[in-house]
Design a protein around this ligand. Sequence first.
Ligand SMILES: Nc1nc2c(c(=O)[nH]1)N[C@H]1C(S)=C(S)[C@@H](COP(=O)(O)OP(=O)(O)OC[C@H]3O[C@@H](n4cnc5c(=O)[nH]c(N)nc54)[C@H](O)[C@@H]3O)O[C@H]1N2
Ligand SMILES: Nc1nc2c(c(=O)[nH]1)N[C@H]1C(S)=C(S)[C@@H](COP(=O)(O)OP(=O)(O)OC[C@H]3O[C@@H](n4cnc5c(=O)[nH]c(N)nc54)[C@H](O)[C@@H]3O)O[C@H]1N2
Ligand SMILES: [Mo]
Length: 771
Amino acid sequence: MSKCNGKTDFIGKASKAAGGWGALKSSGKQILQSGAALTNVRTMLKANQPNGFDCPGCAWGDPEHGSSFEFCENGVKAVAWEATGRRTTPKFFATHTVSELRGWTDYDLEHTGRLTHPMRYNTQTDQYEAIDWDEAFAEIGATLAALDSAHRAEFYTSGRASNEAAFLYQLFVRAYGTNNFPDCSNMCHEASGVALKQSIGVGKGTVLLEDFEKADAIFVVGQNPGTNHPRMLADLRRAAERGAHIVVLNPVRERGLERFADPQNKLEMITGGSEAIASDYLQPRLGGDLAAFRGMSKAVFAVDDAALARGEKSVLDHAFLSKHTVEFAAYRAAVEATSWEAIEDQSGLMRAQLENAAQIYLRSRNVITTWAMGITQHRHSVITIREITNFMMLRGHIGREGAGLCPVRGHSNVQGDRTVGINEKPSQAFLDALEREFDFEVPRVEGHNVLGAIGAMLDGSAKVFIGLGGNFARATPDSPVIAKALSGLDLTVHVATKLNHSHLLPGKKSYILPCLGRTEIDMNSKGVAQIVTVEDSMSMVHGSGGINQPASKLLRSEIAIVAGIANATLGAKPVNWLELADDYDLIRDHIERVLPDFYDFNKRVRVPRGFHLRNSAAEREWKTPSGKATFWTGAMPEAVEHQQARGVAGHSVLQTFRSHDQYNTTIYGMDDRYRGVYGERQVVFVNPADMAEIGVEAGDRADIIGQFDDGIERVAENFRFVPYDIPRGCVAGYYPEMNVLVPLVSFGDESYTPTSKSVIVTFRKKTKLAA
Ligand SMILES: Nc1nc2c(c(=O)[nH]1)N[C@H]1C(S)=C(S)[C@@H](COP(=O)(O)OP(=O)(O)OC[C@H]3O[C@@H](n4cnc5c(=O)[nH]c(N)nc54)[C@H](O)[C@@H]3O)O[C@H]1N2
Ligand SMILES: Nc1nc2c(c(=O)[nH]1)N[C@H]1C(S)=C(S)[C@@H](COP(=O)(O)OP(=O)(O)OC[C@H]3O[C@@H](n4cnc5c(=O)[nH]c(N)nc54)[C@H](O)[C@@H]3O)O[C@H]1N2
Ligand SMILES: [Mo]
């Protein structure tokens, strides 16, 4: 069981740079703890190599050149986590009831190790018991076939699934008859997809990794790459060394962004030196980014006006604006109509700071803006991303070398899963292509996203949940409501590598189907090792083949499991599922015929580094209704959450973010080294002045109470205050422990993404004794 030693320093004391020896020491510990040291070192060396596997850690791109492997502490953790020597066997399940396991922490559950056998829940004993694969498939297939409507089943995907697994899965689900594809990206970068599609006609980023070598300024917004995309830091560091400006917008001072020692650079590690990364670190209030970007645009327009008044050239890229965009004049008017007072108040930044950032933008020939969850998990995320795009368009920073938009994706293949059809609102063109290739009538009605699926479970219309990976119960908001929703179903099926809380909320019938991980050899019936493919944040598609022996002889690939369920439900229609599962080249042939951008797929995927999927916006072709890149011309919201909270005594806005020792709901350890927190996760980061106002000191504890106006009481119990460099009125704590506070009914406009970064809360102080 995890222990809590409660040792925490104020961030000021944790002064060493991110990365460096700390990173090596921490990952060494990880390898030793995982109990498979030798394999792990070999495994680590093969990550993101042409003849190795794609690192399951994150979706950052891989360099063409550089050291033999890109060292990444959190990549090592992800790999060690999968290649652990521990096993969760039928014997384990025989000694613990499901009710008992529900009392365990996320950390303890996953630390029981890799699942080894397909398991079926026994309602009599409240235990999982081993079952044959064929029996499991037959029972699942029979329940699915017996449903009166395919729309009563929900098919969840987590973003680790390969292109091949995801393509086969969507084919099965559509042949079965529904577009119900709740997907982890609904909780993640959905707003980026929606906004970019509206602005530039394609819901993906426009840059390549190489562009980072040519950028003069990189705006890193709402993102903590030191923890979540560590390999990105190396690219930022190289850029900083060249003299590029790194401008950070983040309410929290994240150490990885301030200074970084590169574990690949031996000299620097020996001398203990470190490179300053951010040249400018702006700390907006939570949800203040739309206002911040509007302020920067306003400053740019002011400089432009002054230049024109002096008879000088405009500082804007008018060639780009007139040839490639619409609505520019209306945007300029909207910005002019927005006052500096409103901008300062909503952003929490001062005019001078924003003018300074605008100067950096104006001095730079090539600008890249990157962002992640700090931007996408708010009510106003879609218009915020549209405003970021507006700002970038002023000087034509889209669709040319060294410049562009870069939403940095989370899961290693979340972008690819969307590309190959995991989408509750698929385009008609995609459905037409499926119909041509497979000759069946595809369902045309829109399916459920995550919130839609939860709604259907709660109102009783959904009967089945099938999860291709992930941890639906812990990743979603309002945890107790979700627990009830899942356990009320007729059938729940989880394809997984490790035990998690979602598996412990069985419906009437419930199965855990254990699968191979990325790092493991996937042998077909002819003894040929198969490879899968993934797509990174820069739209590079590349192959991935495991090198470790499977954790158990009984494991099957995700593809084989999907094929098994499909075959048991539909028979060999519209394809011979089992044949495809025995030769992934055949699946890729189908993908190529449905999605022509994958031409020569089987050939190109065997080239080191793979290939780039065409991005129309990066070529300045705009697939919007007007045929041009489109400015968003709306007004800023009246008041975002921090402004609403400010009016009421004791109210703050909470964001839920990741520690340095976790991968989403997978908790690797109890430390958050860069933030100076050790041995516990029940903490809340608060500005020292706010703490004084609440009347608490470092180490005091409180219950955190959600303040959402729907009559539901939401409480996160017994969290410890940690003074932190974060704006007043804004507080932070860890996901998934804080998910009990995120209301299901609070989501982004147009994105339906839970507002995990802006929840209004109050504190109920504990007496010292209770601590
Ligand atoms: N090691 C590791 N790697 C991961 C993951 C992991 O859990 N562990 N998860 C993967 C996944 S699925 C994803 S989506 C990504 C997530 O990558 P990130 O988006 O970096 O993840 P978070 O920890 O949620 O961090 C959000 C950051 O945004 C800041 N922020 C919060 N609200 C605001 C705001 O209103 N404005 C601004 N400007 N900033 C704000 C926070 O202070 C924090 O630094 O990482 C991926 N990679
Ligand atoms: N409050 C709050 N909530 C959030 C977020 C937040 O920032 N704050 N972030 C959101 C985001 S960005 C995301 S992406 C979601 C993540 O939501 P999910 O993707 O659903 O969650 P994960 O924690 O990544 O899933 C972990 C589980 O995946 C399984 N697994 C691991 N590897 C494999 C594999 O190779 N194959 C299969 N089949 N299974 C595997 C293991 O059983 C493990 O327990 O959470 C969202 N929820
Ligand atoms: Mo994510």
